[in-house]
Design a protein around this ligand. Sequence first.
Ligand code: AFP
Length: 338
Amino acid sequence: MDLTKVTTLERFILDQERFHPDATGELTNLLYDVALAAKMIGAQIRRAGLLDILGSAKATNVQGEMQQKLDVLANEIMKNALNHTGRVCAMASEEDEELIPIPAGYSPGKYAVLFDPLDGSSNIDVNAAVGTIFSIYTRVTTSGPGTLADVLQPGNRVVAAGYVMYGSSVMMVYSGGHGVHGFTLDPTIGEFVLSHNNICTPTSGKYYSVNESNFFRWSRGIQLAVRGFHGEDPTRIQGKNSRYIGSLVADFHRNLIGGGVFMYPADTKNPRGKLRLLYECVPMAFIAEAAGGKATDGTRRILDLVPTALHQRVPLVIGGASDVDYVKAILEAMEETG
Ligand code: AFP
């Protein structure tokens, strides 16, 4: 590797803009704002043990789950990185019940940004990988402060989406719809540098990832599909290895690169699944599709679902195209819908 030549995130996105003559540079800057927030969140996570900010903030988020202190911090960092730039008209966060307006005195911009500031945060105390997930839409309202209509858009209108994984290194993976690109934070220069250009995911992978402790709470179809992943249906699908961290970004990232399928199906405890359509499923579906994979709620394409509420949940089957199709074929044969 020539250490005198690196492609930074900024340079890469700017280069891509040359192919879009109408580009104004605003989206580039917005992605750069997200990258700055990610560096700040990553720095806090690295120092978490030292600063004694591990553990619960004793607040409960809108999903009724205990927030970790870093959730609160990451949420504030994301909002503060985005709310004053004139590029964003409104935001929505997994940690805030309502739409997040732009503070008075700042002009609303052209984009709506949705994020899960720290996904998988119950893993923080055990030092496992966590992540930030984001998606960006062009606003549908024409002027003034953004409204719910700007954030309740179907995933097929996403302009750019991605995630940042805080693991053994900090990595940002994003797509503007043309390919999926990964950037690793070089801590010595404080920049995200291109490390994974044009990520493509195998159509059928070696891993399946699902919380199997829910097995007896799943529908018959999901149980059958998972038994296929165990190797019970070799004429239709090859048996796979099980890998599950319980941190969507880390589980998804491993399968994106190594090949595989991740599922969080509906179960009797979570009849609509556990994951949130807007903050988790749509951005990951956008990435999966741009890498050649698929994402459904079992039978329907995630990116075509029309959201009706900010915090709505949906079952998720995501990964290699033929693995996702395998699940869909079983559910359809059993007349189970997502
Ligand atoms: P936390 O943010 O509460 O840790 O939840 C993480 C998550 O939303 C997602 O990242 C995981 O894929 C999923 O939940 C794990 O859920 P289970 O613990 O029920 O398997």
